[in-house]
Design a protein around this ligand. Structure first.
Ligand code: TXE
Length: 486
């Protein structure tokens, strides 16, 4: 008797119910740690998006006037359910993305719960302003929910970035049509089950799975979706802007980065070294905030380089459930090939690989997984392609510098402007460099320290707008000035 294993099929979440796509077609969902298909994703299309938009439109009149305390209470129920299903969500995230299980537990799921908690409470303190004029005239600013909004998220921090958009949108009283990356859809699917359990009113949140150019573009194009919040690649961001701009949709674009990590010779050496291990290779280097261009002042260049290479060469690449794994699998075969192609490019550009540079072949069931050694490259010019283009994998370059002016020129030389890290014990220099670097975020003597109240985003090709705190609630509301003559 041949046993037919029926692959688990994810479902869309539309109008409060979990359902098959209109096409009844499915896409393969790969486990990056084994290279094998382990579930199926709805191959949705504009029919599903249209149904989701209709559900959201029907829910908006009620949800938008639900008292914020009630909205907060329902969203906090989702927080409780995330925490009650913590390990299941972490295991799902790790299997879907390839990241180490310990990392999914420590970062991804914790932050998903925090995102909902932050905005469920933040909305209770969200206020606007009034402006008094002479002769008894008062102005006040209303901030009303926008209506039906689109949230489109990427594969590197799947539930973390998915909820980073959905939480403020819902808290502010909008209804949402959301699309997670088709590369890592699992935790978004599990979240929809939790939303049903939390009693989120039907149609308030709708999750449509599927391909970007099909489902994502249907969301971007839909005339009844008035705002798009997107995180992903710069090229895709440009594509979305091209569609949305002539329709005058509100846009929040959180795009790529090529972040400088600037290490002056008066830094706290051990702290800079240990933090740079994380800022270079956390999540397999698949975080838009990773510091992939490391600039080291000449006085400590060789000492730092040798210590860094020694530590990195010992970082264990392993299957995600290995508690010793410092790096897991990169997210897909295509992405692995993209990263390996940049390692090949770096050789052609004259780089020297000090450690790493190879695909890793594990044994047994993980032998077909997508693993790459953490890689350090030196000897490249600051303006070559390897140092100008986003690789988004476990690959960093190191470059010596002499003066502050020189390193600022190199750091500011790319088309990106997301996040910089600066290591110095000289306070005046820290403030001066932070002032002169063209980025949206600057960490001094730390990395990835996140206060959710702060404005989050970048300049140049790293995006448009800011997420986080009241910036996010302002994005997801429309200000209206009312001027009354008493
Ligand atoms: O991003 P995409 P991907 C960078 C990184 C990576 C590159 C591409 O360099 O190699 O972007 O990654 C949806 N209309 N970052 O492929 O294509 C898509 O389905 C509407 C940086 O993940 O931008 C997915 O849900 N939507 C980034 C989402 O967009 C479309 C994190 C992101 O996919 C669409 C990830 C379209 N035409 C990658 N095409 C960061 N800033 O953190 C695709 N999508």
């Amino acid at each position: 008797m041949v046993q037919i294993f029926s692959m688990f099929k994810l479902q869309n979440y539309i109008n409060g119910t979990l359902q098959a796509p209109a096409s009844n077609e499915y896409l393969d969902n790969f486990d990056p740690s084994t290279g094998k298909v382990y579930s199926l994703i709805p191959d949705s299309d504009e029919r599903d998006v249209n149904q989701a938009v209709e559900a959201a439109k029907a829910a908006f009149p009620s949800w938008s006037v639900t008292p914020k305390e009630k909205r907060s209470e329902i969203i906090l129920k989702i927080v409780d359910l995330i925490n009650a299903n913590y390990d299941k969500l972490a295991e799902a995230e790790s299997r879907d993305n390839g990241k180490p299980l310990w990392l999914a537990k420590k970062v991804d799921i914790a932050r998903a719960a925090s995102n909902f908690h932050f905005f469920a409470t933040g909305i209770l303190h969200f206020a606007s302003e009034a402006h008094m004029m002479e002769d008894r005239v008062i102005n006040y600013t209303r901030r009303d929910p926008l209506g039906v909004v689109g949230c489109i998220s990427p594969w590197n921090l799947p539930l973390y970035l998915f909820t980073w958009k959905i939480a403020p949108a819902l808290a502010a009283g909008n209804c949402v049509v959301a699309k997670p990356s088709e590369v890592t859809p699992m935790t978004a699917y599990l979240l929809s089950e939790l939303c049903v359990e939390a009693g989120l009113p039907m149609g308030v949140l709708n999750i449509v799975h599927g391909l970007g150019p099909k489902v994502g573009s249907s969301i971007t194009e839909h005339d009844d979706i008035c705002a798009i919040s997107f995180t992903g690649g710069t090229a895709t961001g440009a594509q979305i802007a091209k569609v949305a701009a002539p329709k005058f949709k509100k846009l929040s674009l959180e795009l790529g980065g090529k972040n400088p990590n600037i290490i002056f010779d008066d830094c706290d050496f051990d702290k800079a070294l240990n933090t740079t291990l994380a800022s270079s290779f956390a999540n397999q280097g698949q975080i838009c905030l990773c510091g992939s261009r490391i600039f080291i002042q000449r006085g400590i260049y060789e000492k730092f380089r040798d210590a860094f290479v020694e530590k990195v060469s010992r970082r264990k690449v392993s299957y995600p459930t290995d508690p010793e794994a410092k790096l897991g699998a990169v997210v897909s075969k295509g992405h692995m090939e993209k990263v390996l192609s940049y390692i090949q490019l770096t050789k052609e550009e004259g780089g020297t690989i000090l450690t790493g540079g190879n695909q890793v072949h594990l044994e047994g069931e993980h032998s077909e997984g997508y693993y790459i050694e953490p890689t350090i490259i030196e000897g490249l010019s600051y303006d070559c392609r390897t140092n100008q283009e986003e690789i988004f994998g476990p690959v960093v370059t190191i470059t010596p510098f002499d003066t502050e002016e020189e390193v600022l020129m190199m750091a500011n030389s790319t088309q990106y402007g997301l996040a910089a890290t600066v290591w110095t014990e000289n306070l005046t220099k820290a403030h001066r460099v932070a002032n002169d670097i063209h980025m949206g975020i600057v960490w001094v003597n730390c990395w990835l320290v996140r206060d959710l109240r702060t404005p989050f985003g970048g300049v140049k090709n790293s995006g448009v707008g800011r997420e986080g705190g009241f910036e996010a609630l302002k994005f997801f509301t429309e200000p209206k000035n009312v001027c009354i003559s008493l």
